[in-house]
Design a protein around this ligand. Structure first.
Ligand code: RUQ
Ligand code: CUA
Length: 673
């Protein structure tokens, strides 16, 4: 049955032409419980997290073209949160409210929707440490840092001199750097040239970003590379610490019909970069000043308001000026993923069109460099001999190997896009140990810590692309699917399907104990340094500066104060600065005003958010709380009067000088203490 499935896929692919990766139309039909190796009831108990109990792992899935990150619990597959990153998010007002808008600024202007690919957790000594999660913006090259105490995006750095940031944001074992390599080569600096002058004019860049100082992410240096497509990357570790590995394709430097023209050579390359050597070359003045402007956005830690700054110029390294900086490892057929095993010795490539999984040896690479076993040199980059660096090849692994993760017990797991399976094989002997079908067309796979020095190796999540017939149909577009696989025994066992948001590329997961204790419950009002904070009932009010009107108000169960505002005139721009003065976990309010072109904002406890509103006509405009916060939530409302300037209505806000808490705070009924 399983073999038949694979044959059917392989047949499909050969019929469609060897390059028709996306051409799988013949998905096997759904019912497959017999292939899971587990009785349904058994799988159910393995993933069942009883009501009121917590999951064992936090999993962070890339939201793909949604631009976001999603947070799930494992093993239940329950969705906890979407964290907005590169796209506006109506659920929280991210990218809409005045406080967070600046996060989406770039040199191309305000970019409210991007494609996010790879999540990467910060590391200490090569082990995920739960401080931050990084994710890349793929179209407008950027790297974001999410703080894992708040699960909020706190910083976004644009990458200059690049077009597409796919091999990103993989981290060094100490998180000193995260990287970004240009997916598409273009003229650098940009210029107007014929596209068919690709070979003369197009270049790639690899960027190292300083990442271990929150709020101060910046480009450390860039490396000017030949005009290939740079696909994925991973840092060395242990013995290979100090090196970074990137896959390339299109070493043919084709500029049209890449499907065919970039699949000619039987080998492309993995670029091995010695970034400690880069530091030395820069220290000895071998870097060149280079142009390029980019935007850095970060949340001011005191005010929690996002700020943008534009920066200009980077340090550029040319491999020809810094010997020992870059080597090319020949690697079969347009490799995709490059993954380093927990010991740091093996460099595993996903040769998406290759019939084998090639594995390079770090030790052999170092020997080959010392022995100058070079095939040729490209733009100052020595190409090492394939036979001198290859450790072994996994034979007949399946079709379309993309990405590999490790369990820390000497085993590797590779996703097979075309044959829709995960294949387990042994490091060192290269023998295939087990395979399990997935539904369908798996891209990345993720083992908690599976790309680090210390995998937690109990589960594997397959992130499937072209999912069909796993869920009830929801029109032409359904959700993609993640599948949880038990890898604790010799044989992999399918445990669970759960739908995903967007198209998840990579994911990361860590034990819940790493994050749960530090999770922020609310912002302390006393520490809220937003310039427009209102900390008490009596502290609100309304002020005018020319055509600008500022309203300061508080939200608390179950009212706003002030809640009647007059003196706003047609032609004014009104800023509502609303502070949720609740000091209790998860007691949020919302704010929306009739006639505004957004629904408003969500106000987490202790925080201030600002909504901008330009009234379009005179009249009376209600505002209300959008989050069902208490039994009297529906009463949580107020009015703004907008008048003709000719009427000269005096500015007024009914701020009570007596504490309105006397109105009574009604319990939510949700176990409030
Ligand atoms: S890459 S599978 Cu960004 Cu493999 Cu998605
Ligand atoms: Cu506050 Cu509903």
């Amino acid at each position: 049955m399983r073999i038949a499935t694979i044959r059917r896929f392989s047949l499909g692919i050969f019929v469609a032409g060897a390059l028709g990766l996306g051409a799988i139309a013949c998905a096997p039909s759904g019912k497959s419980s017999s292939t899971t190796g587990l009785l349904a009831g058994d799988a159910a108990t393995r993933t069942y997290v009883p009501p009121g109990s917590y999951d064992e792992y936090y999993a962070f899935l890339s939201g793909g073209f949604s631009g976001q990150v999603t947070v799930y619990g494992l093993p239940s597959g329950r969705l906890f949160k979407q964290i907005p990153v590169f796209s506006q998010f109506p659920q929280t007002g991210y990218g809409y409210d005045e406080d967070s808008k600046a996060m989406l600024n770039t040199t191309f202007g305000f970019v409210p929707w991007d494609d996010s690919h790879h999540t990467e957790m910060s590391l200490t000594n090569g082990v995920p440490d739960g401080r931050w999660l990084f994710i890349n913006g793929n179209n407008t090259p950027r790297i974001a840092r999410i703080d894992l105490k708040r699960f909020e995006t706190e910083e976004i750095l644009q990458i200059p001199n690049a077009a597409g940031g796919h091999a990103s944001p993989f981290a060094t074992p100490d998180t000193k750097y995260v990287v970004s390599a240009t997916r598409f080569s273009v003229p650098i600096p940009q210029k107007d040239v014929p596209i068919d002058s690709y070979k003369q004019n197009f270049k790639g860049t690899i960027t190292f970003v300083r990442a271990d100082q929150p709020g101060k992410m910046d480009v450390a240096f860039q490396i000017m590379m030949p005009g290939y497509d740079y696909d994925l990357g991973h840092a060395g570790k242990g013995p290979s610490d100090g090196w970074f590995f990137f896959t390339t394709y299109n070493s043919e430097e084709a500029n049209t019909k890449l499907e065919v023209n970039a699949s000619q050579a039987d080998k492309d390359y993995i670029a091995a970069i010695n970034y400690k050597r880069a530091e030395e070359c820069i220290a000895s003045g071998k870097g060149k000043k280079f142009g390029g402007s980019y935007v850095h956005n970060y949340v001011d830690p005191a005010t929690r308001i996002a700020k943008s700054e534009t920066k200009t110029g980077v340090t550029m390294l040319y491999p020809a000026d810094c010997d020992g900086l870059v080597y090319y490892l020949p690697t079969p057929k347009s490799p995709h993923g490059v993954d380093i095993d927990p010991t740091g010795e093996y460099i595993v490539a996903g040769g998406k069109l290759a019939t084998v999984i090639p594995v390079h040896s770090y030790t052999k690479m170092i020997k080959a460099i010392a022995g100058k076993q070079f095939e040729k040199t490209i733009d100052g980059i020595p190409v090492l001999k394939y036979d001198a660096v290859i450790a072994g090849e996994v034979k007949n692994p399946g079709l379309g190997p993309l990405h590999t993760e490790f369990d820390g017990k000497g085993n590797a797991y590779t996703s097979m896009f075309i044959s829709s399976e995960v294949v387990k094989w042994k490091l060192g002997t290269w023998e295939v140990l087990d395979r399990i079908p997935v539904y369908y067309s798996v891209g990345h796979i993720m083992i908690p810590g599976g790309d680090s020095k210390k995998p937690w190796g109990k589960y594997l999540v397959a992130l499937d692309k072209i999912t069909k017939d796993r869920y009830l149909p929801t029109g032409p577009e359904g959700s993609r699917s993640a599948q949880l696989i038990d890898i604790s025994g010799d044989k992999m066992k399918m445990l669970l399907d759960f739908p995903t948001m967007g198209e998840p590329h990579y994911a990361q997961a860590v034990p819940a104990s790493l994050l749960q204790p530090g999770s922020v419950k609310f912002e302390k009002l006393a520490e809220n340094k937003n310039p427009n904070v209102t900390t008490s009932e009596a502290g609100g009010g309304i002020t005018r500066t020319g055509k600008r009107v500022d309203v300061k108000m508080i939200a608390i169960r179950s009212h706003f104060a002030p809640d009647n505002l007059e003196g706003v005139e047609l032609g004014d721009t009104v800023y509502f600065h609303v502070t949720n003065i609740e000091q209790d976990w998860n007691i949020a309010h919302g704010f929306a005003v009739f006639g505004a072109n957004t629904t408003g904002v969500t106000l987490p406890p202790g925080e201030t958010r600002t909504v901008r509103w330009v009234p379009q006509a005179t009249g009376i405009y209600p505002f209300y709380c959008t989050d069902f916060c208490s039994a009297l939530h529906q009463e949580m409302q107020g009015y703004v009067r907008v008048s003709s300037p000719a009427l000269h209505v005096p500015l007024s806000a009914n701020v009570s000088k007596v504490s309105q808490t006397q109105l009574g705070r009604l319990p939510t009924g949700h176990g409030e203490k």
